[in-house]
Design a protein around this ligand. Sequence first.
Ligand code: AMP
Length: 393
Amino acid sequence: MLILIANLGSTSFKYRLYRMAAAGADETVLASGGFERVTDYAGTIDQALADLVAQGHLESIDDIDAVGFKTVLGRNLSGCVEADERVIEALEGFREVAPAHNPPYAEGIRLFGKTLPKARLVALFETAFYQWVPEAASRYAVPRAWHEAGIQRYGFHGASHKYVAERSAEMMGRDAVAEMVRGLYQNGPRPVAGEPLRVVSFHLGGSSSVTGIRNGVAIGTSMGFSPQSGLPQNNRVGDLDSGALPFAIKTLGLTLEEAEKQLTREAGLLGVSGVSNDVRDIGDAAAEGNKDAQLALEMLADSARRWASSFLFDLGGIDALVFTAGIGENRDDLRAAICRDLEGFGAELDPEKNSACRGKEAVISTDASQVKILVIPANEELVLAREVARKIS
Ligand code: AMP
């Protein structure tokens, strides 16, 4: 079957065309492409489809069996579902929470529905991986009306952490756990024989989160109601005491909109370092002695460690620490900062393996380390293509 993965940003459209066969027998990327500075999604989608035909990847656009959308979060809806009016309504219900993502996905789903009326449209919400997080860990202690309005911890980067859950289980020789994770969205969590597999997954990139995973199922995560939470993000604040916002508005004389803009575009690693929202630039400045840049990196590692340790009691121990995404895959300095002084917990980073690992799958702990430390490159498009294939099979 041919599956098109549509990645819609606030001003971008990227796509990947997969040929998939049942049970992973074929997972071939036939083509990929993208457009920046998009103002007209309808024209851009038509252009992308025409390119796929012109390049010979499709005889006709009707060859596409399904289109997959990695939707962020929806009001009263999660999981891997048919991308119908219900999904559009759920995305629009939370447009304020994910303003850069929800409107383009709602529009994209509508446009693909018109352009490819025979194709199945499937949405995989980033929140899907957190469906089974216990309520005590997903609820905020807000007044009931706030809770009923949908204010709770949802969690993000679900496709990435799910990939880590599956792949780390394979790398640890726990095939039954990997198998359970594969069918998680279809069957729900199933008991797995043997000792539980306990993983902490670090998705560290432009946007970062840390998730605790027991036997392939998330028990909690650092991201909360919106992508403005958890670790300091590239230019977004991360966790902030709710008392700070009204105080800043009053004492700095800001409007709510100005404060929101500053917290979502001028904060995070950019705000602290004053250098850049890119860890490569911040790392260069830190190496030249820039104290603010050094502090920004220290804060990222510190926050990652705190969130990782927050899952320790519930997991009852850790079998694997896993790094993924742009920073997790490429920055040995940050991996080392996060893994420092963990020998008492049985986690020992191998400095040579760590510094040799850039952007590839590897075990970077010492042979003697009880806790495995792994690097697993993110592959969110593949997770989505697999989920779409399962959904339509
Ligand atoms: P992502 O959101 O996963 O694309 O990650 C973006 C972040 O990862 C940025 O802060 C980059 O500095 C960092 N990053 C991406 N690629 C590399 C690389 N090859 N070397 C070092 N850092 C990288």
